[in-house]
Every structure is written in structure tokens, then in C-alpha cells.
Design a protein around this ligand. Sequence first.
Ligand code: TIU
Length: 223
Amino acid sequence: YNDNVTVAAEPYEFEFNLSQCALLIIDMQRDFLEPGGFGEILGNDVNQLRRTVSSNQKLLKQWREAGLKVIYTREGHRPDLSDLPLSKKIRGRHTVCVGDLGPMGRILVRGEPGHDIIPELYPLPGEAIIDKCGKSAFYATDLDAILRNYNIKQLIVTGVTTEVCVSSTVRDANDRGYECLVLEDCVGSYFPSFQVAALDMIKAQGGIFGWVAHSDKVINVLK
Ligand code: TIU
């Protein structure tokens, strides 16, 4: 079939090439989406993020069936916490912080149960996982090198949270020349007003950081 497709999006249609586009699933980790994790420790209601799970599952199924690239990210740190800035460790003045023992193991530490991707969206062998210590998936990672090696120029972005790691990553990707389409039903925030504002900021000013669309628009071109 034709690799070049167009989907209705805001602020205008997103034109992309299927073989040069990856699905980037950001931080769909138990620590953010399940009770007892980092998200809840920060004072958030994890239920706000749960609605993104089924949308991501539906999209992922079609994307994989089309044989397209999937890349995952996880936010977390080395067990010795050598990549954890003190500023991040103490931020919030919480009684439990990154690296401490929680109900799903040590909070946001690589190899711990809470750090892993939720079972509903678990990566398949061969799907790259980027472990990152920052909010942007480009900071101190090999994501840019992997995208270049795969000849990926465009990203369909999903995951959590819309205004934190999704936004940081999309802004960074934009500066590096990647075009990003963010799927509104597949990204989530703990704060409903931030969900709206973060998506508005991406698509304002003629798509200053990228495009926004519903996942149905992408699924329709994959069938
Ligand atoms: N707290 C919050 O909204 N997000 C994060 O700390 N990390 C991600 O967004 N992945």
C-alpha cells in the first residue's frame, strides 16, 4: 500500500510516511498509573490516567498489525541513584521519595515492579525501551540515535502525563526536527485543566510544537 497517509488533525492535517513514523509510548508505568506508585505519592488521583489505557491498547494493536515501529519510554533511575539529581529527590518535601521503598518496590527505580510498563501495554520483544532519568525522552538517552538508525522522522506520541513528560518530549523532538502528532485520547493528565491546556499549547500558533488528533483518525488509515 501507499506509505504516505494523511489524517485529520489540529491545527491542520498531519501528513506522514508510515515507514518513517514510530509510535512513541511515554511512561505508561505502574508507578504513574497504579495505586501506591510515584504519581499517587505526589498527591495525584491515578484514576485520571486510566482512561488512556484502552485507547492505547486499541491503537497499539492496529499499529503492530501494520508492522510499524513501536518505541517505549520509562522514567526511572539506577538502583544506586547516581543519575538522580538531589533537586529531584527532595522536591515536594514528601515523606517518601524516588528510591524509597513503596508498595510496588523502590519508587521509580529500574528493575522494580512499579517502574515497569503496565501489563495491558507490555512491550513485545524487539520493541525498543528507552530508560530515562529526566522528563524529556531525549535527555541523557539514546533515543535520537535509535530514531536516526531507524530513519524515523515523525512520531505519533501517547502516554503520560500530557503536561509533563509528553510535553517535554514533544518540545524536545520538535527542536530536533521530528514532527509529532499527539493523540488526545491516548495521553493523560492527573489534572483535567492541564490536559486541555497542554494540548492547546502544542497545536496553537499553527502547530508550534506539533499536531493533535483523536486516535480513531490514525487507526482509520491503518486498516
Ligand atoms: N508528575 C507527573 O505528572 N509526571 C511525571 O512525573 N512524569 C511523567 O509525566 N512521566
